[in-house]
Design a protein around this ligand. Structure first.
Ligand SMILES: *Cc1c(COP(=O)(O)O)cnc(C)c1O
Length: 234
């Protein structure tokens, strides 16, 4: 595994995001950088934290819980759950995360709502959409999105913030932009259907396609490799 020096890698990721925002004619505060730290040891997250990073994205619950325990002294970390979410994992996510990007069915949203502890702010939720060219089996179809959003928006202990997608890697800029444009129009459709919901989030763009996502309006880009180096295979 390439052990990139964390502060330098993080700084160049921020530069890359700013350059993409410049190119898109958007202000530098229009999108934030989520550090995707799945498979990285807690010590690497601590280095990123020391370099100023606060938002971390994790995909595997037990691994994330171990790191949260190891980093319990860093109490202003904002934890985002971005992995597939089964019903039997919702309680720990509701109790220990600030955001979930991967809600794709009502049953999971209802459980998160019921299990969110009373003392905590509502859980921020994005609906994962299966846009065209999607690799993953997860994600609500664009056709079913508005109906799901209407139901999720009624839940008191979750805040419906927007949509997320994980398009398959594509070689050309045009092919990268197409699913991101589709996701943007999904968000616009939700904003029309639910004018009072706090829908401000387009979670899209990873290390390989950040520029295309920012061009199409991403507000949260999820960078793993670009910050922490290559993940070990397997
Ligand atoms: C791993 C992962 C990322 C980060 O991917 P990189 O290519 O390493 O930047 C982003 N989003 C999700 C949902 C992921 O699982």
């Amino acid at each position: 595994m390439t052990d990139i020096a964390l502060p330098e890698a993080l700084a160049s990721a921020h530069k890359r995001l700013e350059r993409a925002l410049d190119e898109a004619g958007r202000p530098h505060d229009a999108a934030m950088l989520l550090a995707v730290s799945k498979t990285r040891p807690a010590e690497r997250l601590r280095q990123a934290y020391a370099a100023g990073q606060r938002a971390f994205g994790e995909s595997y619950l037990q691994e994330a819980r171990d790191k949260q325990a190891a980093l319990a002294d860093l109490d202003d970390i904002v934890w985002h759950f971005i992995g597939p979410l089964q019903s039997n994992k919702t309680r720990a996510v509701a109790e220990h995360f600030d955001w979930v990007h991967s809600v794709d069915r009502l049953k999971v949203a209802r459980r998160l709502d019921e299990q969110r502890p009373a003392g905590l702010a509502p859980l921020n939720v994005c609906l994962q959409v299966n846009v065209s060219g999607e690799d993953a089996k997860s994600g609500v179809s664009p056709d079913a999105l508005v109906e799901l959003a209407r139901s999720v928006d009624q839940l008191a202990n979750v805040r419906l913030r927007g949509v997320m997608a994980i398009p398959a890697p594509a070689d050309t800029r045009a092919a990268q932009q197409r699913p991101f444009a589709e996701l943007r129009s999904c968000l616009e459709r939700l904003q029309k259907a639910l004018p009072d919901a706090p829908l401000d989030t387009l979670s899209m763009g990873m290390s390989g396609d950040l520029e295309a996502a920012v061009q199409e309006g991403a507000t949260q880009v999820r960078l793993g490799t670009a910050i922490f180096g290559q993940r070990p295979p397997g």
